[in-house]
Design a protein around this ligand. Structure first.
Ligand code: ARG
Ligand code: MN
Ligand code: MN
Ligand code: MN
Length: 309
């Protein structure tokens, strides 16, 4: 039970400061101790919350409508190497963000390692209120945390090596291996992308209609068993009642138990190879920060095998 941990104190994929403080908050709440002492993982962690300050460009003007393009590209490139170095040894990789732009790095890193080690394409379960599949052109905000899926799947392309050109031709993620759960705030351009490409998505409507149990059966059925799974969990998938301290909260979300249940089901597959927990921002709605951190810790524990009985 080897676990690689990467703590990413990065907020440049969006405009609100504070999301970079999440790894320290989650770790101070005892998350890593629980994983090693209660769940029995052997941790591989450099005891550092990375801020990648040496990679920060002195000037980073908007490019193709993207904000902080050089910084997000440089950080995610570096992070992809960090995640790859854990995953190539067969370790499960836990990345604590940071905003969701960092998934460009984590998914690129695991995808490469899984291809090399197992000759397999992995699947991604993206749990989020948002689809984060804007291209630079469809984005209304210019925030790159709303674009990671587009870059990972090749829907968004950029030649410039220092603006995600390092991702290369080979796609980190195939659209057929992507499943969304919890969606409820999708931009117009994103709706068209989801429809045009027939991307598998379970919205809050689907969860209300079928229940979370049936939705997880369908989601995992779509992936097919034995496929390595990268779980990218945006805490804003949870209703703000449970996770108010996040940059883009949307009402009408998952209960904490539904979130934990998703994580438990992914654990039960035995196919989890990596998890991201992102968008916890302890400085927003500060009265709810402790709840949000507690919820985040619970999601990670459930995905990593904590059981009720
Ligand atoms: N769709 C909006 C945008 O592109 C919101 C994205 C929110 N993303 C997130 N990872 N919280 O700006
Ligand atoms: Mn989100
Ligand atoms: Mn919106
Ligand atoms: Mn997200």
């Amino acid at each position: 039970n080897e676990l690689g941990v990467v703590a990413v104190g990065f907020s440049g994929g969006q405009c609100k400061p504070g999301v970079d403080a999440a790894p320290t908050a989650l770790i101070s709440a005892g998350l890593l101790t629980q994983l090693s002492e209660d769940l029995g993982y052997t941790l591989h962690h450099d005891d550092t919350v990375h801020n990648y300050s040496s990679l920060m460009p002195s000037s980073d003007p908007d490019y193709r409508n993207m904000k902080n393009p050089l910084a997000v590209s440089a950080v995610t490139k570096q992070l992809s190497g960090q995640v790859y170095d854990h995953a190539k040894h067969g370790r499960l990789v836990l990345t604590l963000g940071g905003d969701h732009s960092i998934a460009i790095g984590t998914i690129a890193g695991t995808s490469r390692a899984i291809k090399e080690r197992l000759g397999r394409e992995m699947a991604v379960i993206w749990v989020d209120a948002h689809a984060d599949i804007n291209t630079p052109e469809t984005s209304e905000s210019g925030n790159i945390h709303g674009m990671p899926v587009a870059f990972l799947t090749g829907l968004a392309k950029e030649e410039k090596a220092d603006v995600f050109g390092w991702l290369g031709e080979e796609k980190a993620l195939s659209l057929k291996k992507l499943v969304y759960i919890g969606l409820r705030d999708i931009d117009k351009g994103e709706k068209k992308i989801l429809r045009d490409h027939g991307i598998k998505a379970f919205s809050m409507h689907d969860i209300d209609k079928h229940g979370i149990g049936r939705v997880m059966e369908m989601a995992l059925g779509h992936i097919g068993h034995d496929t390595p799974i990268h779980l990218s969990f945006d805490v804003d998938a949870l209703d703000p009642q449970w996770a108010p301290s996040t940059g883009t909260p949307v009402r009408g979300g998952l209960t904490l138990r539904e979130g934990d249940y998703i994580a438990e089901c992914v654990h039960e597959t035995g196919s989890l190879v990596a998890m991201d927990l992102v968008e916890v921002n302890p400085s927003l709605e500060a009265v709810g920060a402790a709840d949000t951190i507690r919820a985040g810790c619970s999601l990670v524990r459930c995905a990593l095998g904590d059981t009720l009985l």
